[in-house]
Write a protein that binds this ligand. Sequence first.
Ligand code: HPA
Length: 284
Amino acid sequence: MTVTTKPFFSYEEIEATAAYIQQQTSHQPKIGLILGSGLSPLAEEIEPADYIPYSDIPNFPVSGVVGHSGRLVIGELADKTVLVMQGRSHFYEGYSMQHITLPVRAMKLLGIEMLIVTNAAGGINSNFAAGDLMLISDHINMVGFGGSNPLSGPNLAEFGPRFPSMTRAYDRELKSLAQRVAAEQSITLHEGVYMSLAGPVFETPAEISFFDTIGVDAVGMSTVPEVIVANHSGMRVLGISSITNVAIRNPDTDAETTHQEVLDTGKIIVPKLIKLLKEILTKI
Ligand code: HPA
C-alpha cells in the first residue's frame, strides 16, 4: 500500500472531507467513536447504518494495519445517532500527525460534539491484567515531547485557539458516568494515565521501567493526537483502553509482546467493552 500524506491540511480541504461524508448519509450524529485494534465488532451493532469506506473519502487516511477495518459506520446505536470509525490510521504508518487527526476535524464540521476513543494498550500498572479495561483519566503525549504535535503549524482558528488548554482533556462528567455504569454492570474499570508512543516497536523492559517511574499506567500507539485535536475544537472526550497485554519487565525472558496477542485479547474484551459503551451511550 502506498501512503500519501502532507504535514498540513487547509480548512477547505477538511470541509471537502466533511461534505463528502455528509452527502453519503441522512443521519446527523452528535457522538463520534473511534474503535481501536480488534474492537471493530461494536460497529456491527449499528442499525440502521450507512457505510463509507475510508478509501472513498477525500483526504482521509487509510490504514493498512491488520485488525483495522477502514470505514465509517454512521447510524443508530443504543438510541443515539453515532459516527463510528471502524479502524484508525497511525503515525507509524507514515501519515503526518495532522493527517491521522483529520477525521476528528471532519467530525467537528459534521456536528460531532462528543468523542469516545478506544484503543488497545499495554498495561504498565502492575495491578492490571490482560483483558482489563482502563478509563483514561489523563494522558502523556510522549510523541509530542519530540516535537510531533497535531496542532503544530498554522493554527486553524475556525477550530480553536493557538494555545489550547489540556487540563481537562478527558471530560469529568463522562468519566464519572463511565465509572457509574461499570459499577452497575460489575465490570472492573481501572482508571489511569495513558501514554502514546510513535511505535511501531513495542517497548523495551528499560523503557517500561522508565514509564512506570513517570506515572504511566498504560501505553499505546494512538489516541493522544485525536484527543488533542478534539479538545482544541471544544469536543468533550471519553477514553477507554483495552489492556490487551501486560508489560514485560525482564530483558532475559522468552516472553514477548506480539500484534497477534493484542488482537486475540482484544477479541475477548470486546463483549465487555460493547456492554459498557452501549450503556454509557444510553445514559449520555
Ligand atoms: N505497547 C504499545 N502499544 C500497544 C501495546 C503495547 O504493549 N499493546 C497494544 N498496543
